[in-house]
Write a protein that binds this ligand. Structure first.
Ligand code: FMN
Length: 185
């Protein structure tokens, strides 16, 4: 199973970076597979640790993709890194080994701390649809225009039926980002 999360990492210069990643996990380990190139990959190589942030608010995924990453963060307890203040929960991990690959290496990371912060309020279909739209946005350069718009159109129904004010705003932001990005194709 793949869990959609926001991964927080630190560069060797001490600059924090948050980015969406689908992770795999078991009780002891988390596996992150970043395509080359990526800041997260460089940071995992350099500083060997990360926070894995679990959220029910898709606006964080949208803000990462559109490049508006000024998130309120807190210092991790067991590693030299930061987690998102709004995370429902987060894991702190250290890189144990890397399975090298020219396209997509896999970082095997040991979980050294797990913390819960807020109550999960239940699923919302609009949030799920917005995360799907973020994935479309992150693949906009490698996907055919017709497929992007067909998928976006299918997702819009859940948003129209179930979104609150914040989700409507996120939906507009990610839609506009996709429209702008496809204009350049
Ligand atoms: C929900 C979601 C899951 C993603 N999962 C991955 C992943 O597993 N591997 C990957 O390379 N990119 C993944 N991406 C795309 C990255 O988030 C994107 O390439 C991002 O720009 C990487 O940021 P960074 O350069 O700051 O690390 C995902 C995007 C979304 C929206």
């Amino acid at each position: 199973m793949i869990y959609e999360t926001i991964v927080g990492t630190l560069s060797k210069e001490g600059r924090v970076n948050f980015a969406p990643f689908g992770i795999k996990k078991n009780k002891k380990f988390i596996y992150i597979s970043p395509y080359i190139p990526s800041k997260t990959l460089n940071n995992l190589d350099q500083t060997k640790c990360a926070s894995i942030n679990y959220l029910d608010d898709s606006s964080f995924f949208v803000k990462c993709i559109i490049g508006n990453k000024k998130f309120t963060k807190k210092r991790c307890l067991k590693i030299k890194c930061f987690f998102l203040k709004n995370a429902l929960s987060h894991d702190e991990i250290v890189v144990e080994s890397v399975k090298k690959n020219k396209i997509r290496p896999v970082f095997k990371c040991r979980i050294v701390s797990q913390q819960n912060h807020k109550r999960f309020q239940g699923f919302n279909r609009a949030n799920g649809a917005i995360i799907e739209a973020c994935i479309l946005a992150s693949r906009v350069r490698i996907t055919k225009k017709e497929i992007i718009f067909k998928n976006l159109n299918n997702l819009s129904e859940s948003v129209l039926k179930t979104a609150g004010v914040s989700e409507k705003k996120s939906w507009d932001l990610i839609r506009n980002y996709i429209f702008d990005a496809t204009k350049q194709k």
